[in-house]
Design a protein around this ligand. Structure first.
Ligand code: 0PR
Length: 411
């Protein structure tokens, strides 16, 4: 597909009618009087019933999952808090400090700093914002084609130039090509620890060497709450974090395998002073400088992340991660036994099932209530195994897939 100057692929028209089509400029449409509580709740119930929930067990295309009970409780309790104005919320601020200290320990970074953000997108935007402001005159961002689209968004917002590098057979960035692409114009290099489509982990040590001192951001939005727990399970896990000297920043998402509530991400930085490059004066607030992209921040999610980590602990996360790997292996074996072909041995808890036309299979499964997504590279049906995907769900899914493939003669 043709690409424009900023490297963006023109997007297809959304299938949904545009919101504006339902909008009329008639003031009487705006609720004139409040409705009864019962009426509102009943309207909410209608909407809720239309949605798909993790508990139903048929969402196999999401990197999120049902948050831990205590995270939900913490989220409700801190619903008013706003760390955009931290002077009013010193208690919440302490929870954020603690979360950052814990994450620094998890990612091997003595003296690191960081801030809780709204998710992987905000972490990526903020990292590139820092890199751009700290490298005057440099505008290029070198990242693998497997990178999440939020990096393209970030480049567009920051007027930076994406330099996309192909992947090798294992779907990780081709290091030689990355090395050749890194130049005096490189403001940032980005490696992915757990790609969105496959769960592949780029060779971050090699990328750090190739970056040769250039700003290196690691997007561990997916892998960040999986990789640290793998060695404790006797599984090898590549180095991906601040244990590698060249890593400048790392993004991680507690609202994925961390079982926190949405929106919960964190951007970790090797040097807190770098935040000065993006800070702005906020003279009328309780803290006179702001270093976050968001002003008012959903700080309930900060409390939720604190609660999830404190309650689950390292051992608990190791158990959760083990559970997801067990189901992934179970699915992998069963699928192959049934004659399906996996494009790659799953590096994490994502499976890619090869089909000539995965969209047809996706549509057939959707008719049966199964929600999966399709990967472009490799062309496949993508299954994301999160804690709500149990062995039973996996078996039910295989049954549904077998039926769909037979009907479509896709096997
Ligand atoms: N980096 C990586 C590697 C990601 O996979 C994602 C999100 C992001 C950054 C951006 O994170 P936020 O969405 O938190 O800003 N990956 C998922 C995806 O695009 C997000 C997702 C989650 C999508 C739940 C659908 C869904 O139901 O697949």
């Amino acid at each position: 597909m043709a690409r424009d100057r900023a490297g963006k692929t023109p997007h297809k028209k959304d299938e949904r009618p545009r919101r504006s089509e339902a909008i009329v400029s008639d003031r009487s449409i705006f609720p004139a009087k409040g409705a009864s509580r019962q009426r509102v709740l009943s309207e909410l119930d209608d909407a809720y019933d239309e949605d798909f929930w993790f508990g139903d067990g048929r969402i196999l295309g999401s990197m999120c999952t049902a948050p831990h009970d205590i995270a939900i409780e913490a989220h409700s309790k801190f619903i008013e808090a706003n760390l955009g104005n931290p002077g009013l919320y010193p208690g919440t601020r302490k929870l954020e400090d603690k979360v950052i200290i814990w994450l620094s320990a998890l990612y091997h970074c003595k003296g690191c700093s960081g801030q809780v953000v709204g998710g992987g997108t905000e972490a990526n935007i903020t990292a590139l914002w820092l890199a751009r402001n700290m490298s005057p005159g440099k505008r290029e961002v070198v990242f693998p084609r497997s990178a999440h689209f939020s990096l393209r968004k970030a480049c567009d917002l920051l007027a930076m130039r994406p330099v996309e590098i192909p992947m090798g057979d294992d779907f990780t960035i081709d290091i030689d090509m990355a090395r050749r692409a890194i130049s005096k114009d490189t403001a940032a290099v980005v490696g992915i620890a757990g790609t969105t489509e496959v769960g592949a982990i780029d060779d971050i040590p090699a990328l750090a060497e190739a970056a040769d001192g250039a700003f290196l951001h690691v997007d561990a939005a997916f892998g960040g709450f999986i990789l640290p727990f793998m060695p404790a399970l006797g599984m090898g896990a590549p180095a991906f974090d601040f244990s590698i000297d060249g890593v400048s920043t790392l993004g991680t998402d507690p609202h994925k395998m961390g079982l926190s509530t949405i929106p919960s991400g964190a951007l970790m930085l090797r040097d807190e002073r770098w935040l000065d490059s993006i800070s702005v004066d906020a003279p009328y607030l309780t803290q006179h400088r702001q270093t976050a992209l968001s002003g008012t921040r959903c700080s309930a999610a900060v409390a939720a992340t604190y609660a999830a980590i404190r309650r689950i602990g390292f051992d608990g996360y190791a158990r959760i991660v083990k559970g997801a790997f067990d189901v992934t292996r179970h699915l992998s074996k069963s699928l192959q036994r049934e004659g399906f072909h996996l494009c790659i041995e799953p590096p994490l808890t994502i499976l890619n099932i090869a089909f000539d036309d995965p969209r047809r299979v996706q549509a057939a499964l959707l008719r049966e209530g199964w929600h999966l997504s399709v990967a472009r590279e490799p062309n496949s049906l993508r299954v994301v195994v999160m804690p709500h995907v149990t062995k039973q769900v996996a078996d039910n899914f295989i049954e549904a897939l077998r039926k769909a493939a037979k009907e479509l003669k896709a096997l």
